[in-house]
Write a protein that binds this ligand. Structure first.
Ligand code: G1P
Length: 324
């Protein structure tokens, strides 16, 4: 089966990091977000993927081709016209066999095999207190009766959380085509949710699948909380004896850490160099240098340098900070 993974977005809430790195390549729990997504897809038996790139797409292509053997088709979305438009652009990469659409800004802890074993199309959902920033699903007699994109007055608190199992991709493509041809936009964009609603009106059956493990990576606080979650289930230890580790942490074997206290909840990526520092609840990205620093709740971009003490920072790639 094929997974369709749209990752064209700019990731503006994660600036400055996303000025130089696309959101899905940000390191969380020891590898890029898209690495977690692809691992999950492969582990669940998928053999093909379509990745829809846009902003800094070449970097995503290089990462995926350099690290994964799964058959991948890349599609470019040049204009940011919405998720529905992105999926429509990728239509030549799938046919009539079912597909799974999996949004690229979230890491899911889900049994995909159970989800796709249902006898209808399926939307991953979660009950949330305030569903207004999501697509929302209403159900009747066990099936979804209506979906609405980011309603001002939601009549259900079941949020659509970015996992869509589509049994009849040709009906989806037909619905997207109609939406685009008739210029039906919601909030200025061609929405996948609007195409799903059209499919429902045409008789396609959708069930909901409750997803509890849903870890957002869209802003610095949620990137750090997702980092915490991933480290909880995958603690790795560095070996050096002048380093005190408070698990869980991830320290890449290709990082150098000296005379420091690392953790809890800290990722030190490959090529990073940490010395005389105390770092907790933070992500130190590829090639970054941290020395003589006390860092907490911080994200240090690739190849950035931090020297001297400070507490909480969010510093982009190739920056330099010295506090002496
Ligand atoms: C998209 C979908 C929305 C869904 C959300 C999940 O919105 O359009 O229906 O609830 O993803 O994250 P976005 O977050 O891209 O605005």
């Amino acid at each position: 089966m094929r997974a369709i993974i749209p990752v064209a977005g700019v990731g503006s809430r994660l600036r400055p990091h996303t000025y130089t790195v696309p959101k899905v390549l940000l390191n969380v729990g020891g590898k890029p977000i898209i690495g977690h997504i692809l691992d999950k897809v492969i582990e669940n038996g998928f053999t093909e993927a379509t990745i829809i790139v846009g902003y800094l797409g070449e970097m995503i292509k290089d990462y995926v081709l350099g690290n994964y053997k799964i058959k991948v088709d890349f599609v470019e979305q040049e204009e940011r016209l919405g998720l529905g438009h992105a999926i429509y652009l990728s239509r030549h990469t799938f046919s009539r066999t079912p597909i799974l659409i999996i949004l690229g800004d979230t890491i899911f802890d889900v049994d995909l095999k159970a989800m796709i074993a249902l006898d209808s199309s399926v939307l991953g959902v979660k009950q949330v207190d305030d569903p207004r920033r999501f697509g929302v699903a209403e159900t009747t007699n066990g099936y979804i009766s209506r979906v609405v994109e980011k309603p001002e007055n939601p009549t259900s608190n079941l949020a659509i959380i970015g996992l869509y199992y589509i049994k009849q991709p040709d009906l989806l493509v037909q619905s997207l085509r109609e939406i685009i041809k008739s210029n039906i936009r919601t909030r200025g964009e061609f929405q996948l949710t609007d195409a799903l609603q059209m499919m429902i009106e045409r008789g396609e059956k959708f069930k909901t699948f409750d997803i509890q493990g849903w870890y957002d990576c869209g802003k610095p606080e949620t990137l750090l909380s997702t980092n915490r979650h991933l480290l909880d289930s995958n603690p790795l230890m560095p070996t050096s004896n002048d380093v005190l580790v408070k698990p869980p942490v991830f320290v890449s074997p290709e990082a150098v850490v000296k005379n420091s206290v690392i953790g809890p909840y800290t990722t030190i990526a490959a090529g990073a160099h940490v010395e005389n520092s105390v770092i907790r609840n933070s992500i130190v990205s590829e090639g970054a240098k941290v020395a003589d620093a006390l860092l907490e709740d911080s994200i240090v971009g690739s190849n950035a340098t931090v020297r001297g003490s400070y507490k909480r920072i969010n510093i982009g790639d190739s920056s330099e900070l010295e506090f002496y």
